[in-house]
Design a protein around this ligand. Structure first.
Ligand code: F6P
Length: 544
């Protein structure tokens, strides 16, 4: 049955028309009978996280209908299929078992392999951390360079940054992803080959950016006096492609598994997390996994109406498919979570930016919202103007930890105050009457400029403390939210065919750029041909 023919969808469409002009301010007003319990009714907790979704354009009826939609679109069946290892990624013929990487049950799929690999990672990380793993001149490792891109970079980078307060001060971890040589060059300026360990992370071990950076690093080591035999002390790999790893010159015992049943953007929990494990130690890494597992259990066992990932996913559907909103913004009031929006961008948009259903039909409804973000309070001084007064509504996810990860006095209260104030301001707004009171009689022309429409939806996700466990739960929350939305939209969140075409054309254009002869203008469209010709001209000029 088509999504928009489902009873819950039709009921939501009617319900939307009834409440689209209602103002949240009125739902919170003291004279409203339901106001005193609104925050309580629309707050749920689980796995150490609290989600206050009361500042959303929803009533009890909305939530009931959205939950009904989840039932009618078989969200539970899709969830259970994923956990049990069914082929939930049919276009690639694979399961998506990232949850098995953090399962505690010995009967979980692949439990033996997962445990053995974790042990190998932990032993290796410990040797690097305690100085037993030495470089080619006998010195301990002081720098780790993670070479990877997308899911092979964003997860470990985000976690290492988030848990910096728990990291060993003895080792500096760098992340290089971009094929733009500036990325690697800047890192090379800060490290010493004698004390550097390179982790090449690539599921396929063929990704252009990663392999280009890996080869450049290889050459850098060779130029520094390291011999081919000694390179084994400086290069390890994380991959699902052992043949390519060996072809690169890395021995199988210096390789950590990634497995093809784990998708790149869901792979942080595998060997992909090695750099983070070296930073924070295997015990903390285990807690990260334990936190994610707690969220897995919450997702599996909690009724839909109280289930954090289900609610977060359904609220996104409400705004995307009924309000027609195109984007939502993630604003962690946490410098430690600075890289979370970038991580979520790949997670959500690479997963759900699809136009074809699981049965191969084109969708006739919008899918993934544009996910973007920046940490607070920085965002306040950049794009919040638009959130408050622009004509486009952008729902916000605020994420904040109640405990600081530093000892500086007076900062944290200000941080929290700003976060809560933004949510309040976005919801309540400022009416014309209030604006008139503020400016007085003399400056009436200012009034329209200082009116705030309010009624702008926000979620607030509270962490008691930012620690490995709460971070694991937070990441798993968004992973499962993504699955919930994919289930409603009936799409496959685990493939990414959309990245192929550009990659393929990139190879053709690279050859054209390098070729000595002029490229036949009919080979590409006139714009692309002109760009290639202009670049070749510049290459020639800069060689002179
Ligand atoms: O091109 C997209 C992508 O395939 C992502 O899905 C993935 O996380 C990234 O590239 C890196 O891939 P790999 O780990 O194979 O290098």
């Amino acid at each position: 049955m088509r999504l928009n023919s489902l009873p819950a969808w039709s009921a939501l469409s009617i319900h939307y028309e009834l409440i689209r002009h209602a103002h949240m301010r009125d739902w919170f007003a003291p004279e409203n009978d339901t106001a005193p319990t609104r925050a309580e009714r629309f707050t749920v907790s689980g796995s150490g996280l609290t989600l206050d979704f009361s500042k959303n354009r929803v009533t009890d009826k909305t939530i009931a209908l959205l939950v009904q939609l989840a039932r009618e679109t078989s969200v539970q069946r899709r969830r259970d299929a994923m956990f049990s290892g069914e082929i939930v990624n049919p276009t690639e013929g694979r399961a998506a078992l990232h949850t098995a990487l953090r399962a505690s049950d010995a009967n979980a799929p692949y439990a033996v392999q997962v445990k053995a690999e974790r042990k190998k990672m932990a032993a290796f990380a410990e040797r690097v951390r305690n100085g037993q793993w030495i470089g080619y001149t006998g010195k301990p490792i002081q720098y780790v360079v993670n070479i990877g891109i997308g899911g092979s970079d964003l997860g470990p980078k985000m976690v290492t940054h988030a848990l910096h307060h728990l990291a060993t001060p003895k080792i500096r971890i760098h992340y290089v992803s971009n094929i733009d040589g500036v990325d690697l060059q800047r890192v090379l300026e800060q490290i010493d080959p004698e004390q550097t360990l390179v982790i090449i992370v690539s599921k396929t071990f063929t990704t252009l950016e990663t392999m280009t950076n890996a080869h450049s690093l290889h050459d850098w080591f060779m130029r520094s006096g390291c011999t081919s035999d000694q390179l084994a002390r400086h290069f390890v790999a994380v991959s699902a492609n052992p043949q390519e790893v060996v072809r690169f010159g890395i021995a199988p015992n210096n390789m950590f598994e990634m497995w093809d049943w784990v998708g790149g953007r869901y792979s942080l929990w595998s060997g992909v997390g090695l750099s983070a494990m070296i930073a924070i130690g295997s015990k903390h890494f285990d807690r990260l996994l334990a936190g994610a597992h707690l969220m897995d259990e919450h997702f599996r066992r909690t009724p839909l109406a109280h289930n954090l990932p289900v609610l977060l996913g359904l609220l996104g559907i409400w705004y995307r498919n009924f309000f027609g909103l195109q984007s939502y913004v993630v604003v962690p009031y946490s410098e430690a979570l600075h890289f979370l929006p970038a991580y979520l961008q790949q997670l959500e948009m690479e997963s759900n930016g699809k136009s074809v259903t699981l049965d191969g039909n084109f969708v006739d409804y919008p899918t993934s919202a544009v996910t973007w973000g920046e940490s607070g309070t920085n965002g306040q001084h950049a794009f919040f103007q638009m959130l408050h007064q622009g004509p486009t509504i952008v729902p916000v996810d605020f994420i904040v930890s109640l405990t600081p990860e530093h000892r500086l006095r007076g900062h944290h209260e200000k941080l929290l105050a700003n976060c809560f104030a933004q949510g309040e301001a976005l919801m309540v707004g400022r009416t014309q009457a209030q604006a008139e009171c503020i400016v007085g009689l003399g400056q009436a022309e200012l009034v329209p400029h200082i009116i705030f429409p309010g009624n702008r939806p926000t979620n607030t996700i509270l962490l008691d403390e930012l620690n490995p466990q709460s971070l694991g739960a937070l990441i798993a929350l968004y992973e499962h939210k993504t699955l919930v939305q994919a289930a409603v939209w009936n799409i496959n969140p685990f493939d990414q065919w959309g990245v192929e075409l550009g990659k393929m054309l990139g190879q053709v254009i690279e050859k054209d750029l390098i070729a000595a002869e002029t490229v036949n203008p009919s080979k590409h469209d006139s714009s692309t041909s002109a760009l290639i010709a202009r670049s070749k001209l510049q290459f020639t000029r800069s060689k002179k």
